[in-house]
Design a binder for this molecule. Structure first.
Ligand SMILES: Cc1cc2nc3c(=O)[nH]c(=O)nc-3n(C[C@H](O)[C@H](O)[C@H](O)COP(=O)(O)OP(=O)(O)OC[C@H]3O[C@@H](n4cnc5c(N)ncnc54)[C@H](O)[C@@H]3O)c2cc1C
Length: 503
């Protein structure tokens, strides 16, 4: 199968990249692929919004300074400026594609200020900006004549030239027919999202297993800061209920953190109390959970004006009610969970990876914008800004002599992998304990040995060239966890989201 531009992943990065390519070149054919149904992605769950300098009181220098500070200065101003300067124009592009952001009574954007930002600069759509973005852009892509969408197609490998320097496309497993399909393309963009689901406790959907990153690494593509996973301090935590994020906007609005016995603890840990940076709050909560031997702490938002729930937090309120808690009357059980990968496939501000004609966009990529810690609401901005710059760049490339893709040589593996799934889950649980909010060097070293052994056994258990959905997924998970653990062992500094005890 042949296309001009292959876009793998249909969250905000993939959708906006596909739309930009189509806008910029009315002849281009674009194939947009998603592992699951089109609306399941991290994007779908974003609550807060998208950061951009949109008011006369605000300016780019301030947004850049806030981003550098949040990232512990572990990046360069050039990269940060190169991405954030696109804020206002991408808001315009999103609006052109049908996205609506909340406005105030005077018709101006209703800009919110989030932790770490010196000005109100978060555009939002109530408290479900991500759902609105995902659905609006997906609709726009689905009705676009130049964009063909294939859902339930799983990327299993990249297709490279013989010298292994240029990406020619990708190999997919069509999950409904169990067929392998090779797609050749002028450019390929990995937009496959983050890694939260590698941790058993996460705000991300289950599909966020870092497939694109694992596959890029397997093909020698450079990655950076894979052990820099941001944990969100307040994710709804109750046995047998899927976690969901309780936005820090609630703490911004006055909600308090209390230990299991009702004691408010954050003022003793940091002067900024509940509004300290995410990593400080996460470590504070974890310390209380360990001290009280509890699996959560409480978020107390009972002091809100009753009308605030409907005005500012309707979807959080509705979800809490579905879970049997009325947050205007009762405290919400929360715990820190894996949330956002600050690192990923190393790219420049045009999304270019170390492999020719391969781009990486959105959460699977590492542009350097976030440094060692992401400033809230900068990730949606980054995804769209770099998707645009990548589309502009992709269209300047000289045409690669079109090669009709041969069928991939892969065969379907017939095997029951449930035993392996259970084993890998125990390794993931161990990752949460020794490589989570607070990392432990001896724990990481012990886990590394187990991973080396598991990978050797897994690889020798199945014949070369055979795979299926579970096999491909487990192989990605094992290799990526291993890379994260090795990197964590080697890291000698605590900065941003990375914290190892007894350094
Ligand atoms: C609960 C929550 C709240 C958040 N709130 C905010 C916020 O307020 N502001 C902000 O800026 N950021 C927020 N974030 C982060 C932000 O939502 C994500 O970083 C961003 O949406 C990632 O977009 P993406 O397009 O890179 O990946 P995703 O949206 O995760 O999309 C990934 C796509 O890749 C596809 N895919 C994955 N593997 C394969 C494969 N093997 N083959 C084919 N396709 C594949 C998936 O099917 C999916 O279509 C939040 C994240 C979460 C989880």
């Amino acid at each position: 199968m042949n296309t001009d531009h292959l876009v793998i992943g249909a969250g905000i990065a993939g959708l906006s990249h596909a739309l930009y390519l189509a806008d910029l070149d009315p002849q281009a054919r674009i194939l947009l692929v998603s592992k699951v149904s089109i609306n399941e992605s991290n994007t779908q769950y974003a609550q807060g919004g998208i950061a951009a300098v949109m008011s006369p009181e605000d300016n780019l220098a301030s947004h850049v300074a806030d981003t550098l500070r949040a990232g512990d200065y572990a990046t360069t101003e050039e990269v940060v400026r190169g991405i954030l300067k696109c804020g206002p124009e991408i808001v315009e592009d999103l609006t052109r594609w049908g996205v609506r952001f909340d406005r105030n009574d005077q018709g101006q954007y209703h800009l919110v200020r989030e932790g770490g930002h010196s000005h109100p600069r978060i555009l939002h759509y109530k408290d479900y900006t991500g759902k609105h973005l995902q659905e609006t852009l997906a609709q726009e892509a689905m009705r676009h004549p130049q964009i063909e969408l294939m859902d339930h197609w799983m990327l299993v490998d990249l297709w490279l030239d013989e010298e292994k320097t240029t990406c020619l496309g990708g190999d997919f497993l069509a999950l409904s027919t169990q067929e392998f399909i090779r797609v050749s393309a002028q450019t390929t963009a990995l937009c496959t999202g983050g890694v939260g689901a590698l941790f058993p406790k996460s705000s991300n959907p289950k599909i966020a297993t870092g497939d694109g990153i694992a596959i890029a690494r397997k093909n020698g593509v450079r990655t950076e800061l894979l052990s820099y996973v941001q944990f969100h301090p307040t994710v709804y935590s109750a046995p047998d209920l899927p976690p969901f994020l309780i936005s820090e906007a609630l703490r911004g609005h006055g909600a308090l953190l209390r230990d299991i016995n009702g004691h408010r603890f954050m003022p003793e840990i940091d002067d900024r109390a509940e509004l300290a940076p995410r990593d400080v709050v996460s470590r504070g909560i974890l310390a209380q959970m360990n001290r009280t031997e509890a699996s959560h702490v409480w978020l107390d938002a009972t002091g809100f004006d009753p009308s605030d729930w409907d005005t500012y937090f309707p979807s959080i309120y509705a979800q809490c009610l579905r879970y049997g808690i009325d947050p205007s009357q009762a405290w919400i059980p929360v715990a820190p969970m894996a949330h956002y990968l600050c690192g990923g496939i190393d790219v420049d501000v045009y999304g270019r990876t170390s492999l020719d004609r391969l781009y990486a966009l959105g959460e699977c990529s590492h542009t350097g914008l976030h440094g060692a810690n992401r400033l809230a609401s900068n990730s949606l901005t980054e995804a769209v800004a770099v998707a645009k710059q990548a589309a502009q760049h992709a269209l300047t490339l000289p045409k690669n002599t079109a090669e009709e893709a041969p069928a991939p040589q892969r065969k379907l593996l017939q095997a029951d992998l449930s035993g392996w799934k259970a084993h890998v889950l125990t390794l993931q649980q161990e990752l949460m304990e020794v490589g989570g909010v607070v990392k432990s060097q001896p724990g990481l070293e012990a886990l590394e040995k187990k991973l080396t052994q598991a990978i050797a056994e897994f690889n020798s258990a199945y014949p070369e060239g055979y795979t299926n959905e579970s096999h491909a997924s487990l192989s990605n998970i094992l290799s990526l966890i291993h890379a994260m653990v090795l990197e964590s062992i080697a890291e000698t500094r605590n900065q941003g989201v990375f914290y190892k005890s007894a350094l």
